[in-house]
Design a protein around this ligand. Structure first.
Ligand code: 5GP
Length: 187
């Protein structure tokens, strides 16, 4: 059996990480996407246990107290975290596990998994990012303002990551992620 591996995908809200990931997983069904827990309310169409484990704040805080998260962070007023047990199990079984998480969490993961491959997805520009967040129409104005503020902070930290990929052309961005995973010498 091959060695397990952790891959961290980070980038500002609205940059298209989720869509890139869905395509990546379709092409490589052997990759395992970790399902996070959050205190955010489900958006229309989101399914508990598939998109996230939707928890109350007390439930989430109990998991923090029990040390059940590999990492967790507060983002735009909600808590998000990666349940540790499933990631550990998958890696022990030799699988490649992908975390789609924000900056603070990515920094925490680095301490426990220094060998994790960390990829940062950048938008072509800030105005383009704002327009993507607005057209997706899933967030309140308050949430949009918070997400844009946080986006600027995250983009400033992109250099901390092993690889930076600009999502201006979807297919190119997807190919670059694949190269980073399966043919790292080409990056
Ligand atoms: P959204 O509310 O748009 O689904 O996610 C907001 C942000 O939280 C995104 O940047 C997403 O990558 C991040 N996020 C999702 N799950 C986790 C997690 O388990 N841990 C951390 N630290 N961030 C997460």
């Amino acid at each position: 059996m091959g060695l397990g591996r952790l891959i961290v995908l980070t980038g500002p809200s609205g940059v298209g990480k989720g869509t890139l990931l869905r395509s990546l997983l379709k092409r490589h069904p052997d990759l395992y996407l970790s399902v996070s827990a959050t205190t955010r309310a489900p958006r229309p169409g989101e399914v508990d246990g598939k998109d996230y484990y939707f928890l109350s704040r007390p439930e989430f805080e109990r998991m923090i107290a029990n040390g059940e998260f590999l990492e967790w962070a507060e983002f735009a007023g909600n808590l998000y975290g990666t349940p540790k047990a499933s990631v550990d199990n998958q890696i022990r079984q030799g699988h490649w596990v992908i975390l789609e998480i924000e900056l603070e969490g990515a920094r925490q993961v680095r301490q426990y998994f220094p060998d994790a491959l960390r990829i940062f997805i950048l938008p072509p520009s800030l105005p383009e990012l704002e327009s993507r967040i607005r057209t997706r129409g899933k967030d309140t104005e308050d949430a949009i303002v918070r997400r844009l503020q946080r986006a600027k902070e995250e983009i400033n930290a992109a250099d901390e990551f092993d690889i930076q990929i600009v999502n201006d052309d979807f297919d190119k961005a997807l190919n670059r992620i694949e190269e980073a995973l399966f043919a790292p010498a080409m990056c």
